[in-house]
Design a protein around this ligand. Sequence first.
Ligand code: FMN
Length: 411
Amino acid sequence: MCMVKVWVEKLLDEPELYILRLDDSEIKHFEAAWSIPEGITYNAYLMKVGDAVVLFDTWKGEYTEKFLESLSTLVDPKEITHIIVHHTEPDHSGALPKLLELNEYRAKLIGTTFAKNLLQGFYGDKVVENFHTIKDGEEVKIGNRTFRFITVPWLHWPDTMITYDVEDKLIFSCDAGGGYGIPEAIDDSDEDVVKKYLPYVTKYIVTVIGHYHKYIVQNIKKLKELGIIENANMILPGHGLIWRKSPTRIFEHYERVGAGIPTKDKVLVIYDSMYGFVEKRMSVVIEELKRYGKKPVVYRFTDKENPAISDILGEVPDSEALVIGVSTYEADIHPRMRCALYEILDKANYEKPVLIVGAFGWGGVAGKKVETLISRSKFELVDVVETKGRMTSEDEERLREAVRKLIQWQL
Ligand SMILES: Cc1cc2nc3c(=O)[nH]c(=O)nc-3n(C[C@H](O)[C@H](O)[C@H](O)COP(=O)(O)O)c2cc1C
């Protein structure tokens, strides 16, 4: 039996505003790719304003029945007059077709032209029969409120927009401002809950939006210039915590991740080691890093450990530098490291210095291949120390020297 938790809570009396949150503790791999033992929540919101009943997004399709059940405790689905579609990815739009059926297609859908197009592709023509496409910045009066729709393309699909409730200064931000994890609270009032949650936000940003991370900075700049962030009373994302104690905090966090602002002294060390040759080298690296006051965060692929790539990705944005340790495997990079590197370069491509360390048996190519990948990315290549078999005392000295070079690299 499915034991996921559902929250239906009133957030405001005026306007009458509710959150409908499902805690998906059953999910293992978000987007069938990112390991999230911490789970995720799907947040939809319902607002009753004058004669209008406005729904902001829905939940993932597999929870349609639960969504309709929860919604029915607040309103007869037939009474919904407007549905705001911020983003059509099925974790937010999955329950929409069934809801519209119950609603007898009375509600007006509001979203971008892209959103209309995508919904039609996913669910057919009927779903978009009553769809109003908005232009960036367009304001629509609904009930006794003014809703301004602001497009935030590539955060993280081309369809994405946010809604600003002008009178109440509320930002419904869908994926922007969201995170993984199932916080024990609805909002940011408890600092312990926030502290535990923020690393999951980083992991979410990198895995979900990371490929487009320059748009995070661009789009937040756009919202700042509109002056809506600093005066917001609440940020209401499609995943995770609502921000009402310090609404600006979540976008500041997003900005930091988008820009790759480092945490002082944090160096990310990632390596594979089948029989311990790379590992020996990496213990020298780690020892040398610590000697200079650095705080290495280490992920290793060995016959005992197989860390999730999603967790590694979440560590990149706030690292000062990276050290990559690789063995040569069938004239290539070890398969697990190949996979990790591919994702780092795709999702977490930042201007940070990188040191490459390699070990091989008869012809080292892994280090050179990593070097080629790094030199084509935004990362800055500091040095490559790739040597044969067991580590000699000369190899060790070269490694220590390379670590010192990394440390001096404008960290
Ligand atoms: C399955 C397998 C494939 C390998 N392929 C190569 C290779 O193509 N070229 C090479 O020089 N060494 C190759 N090696 C040797 C390793 O790169 C070498 O032993 C290295 O020191 C391993 O470091 P590690 O024990 O830390 O993983 C291979 C080893 C294994 C187990």
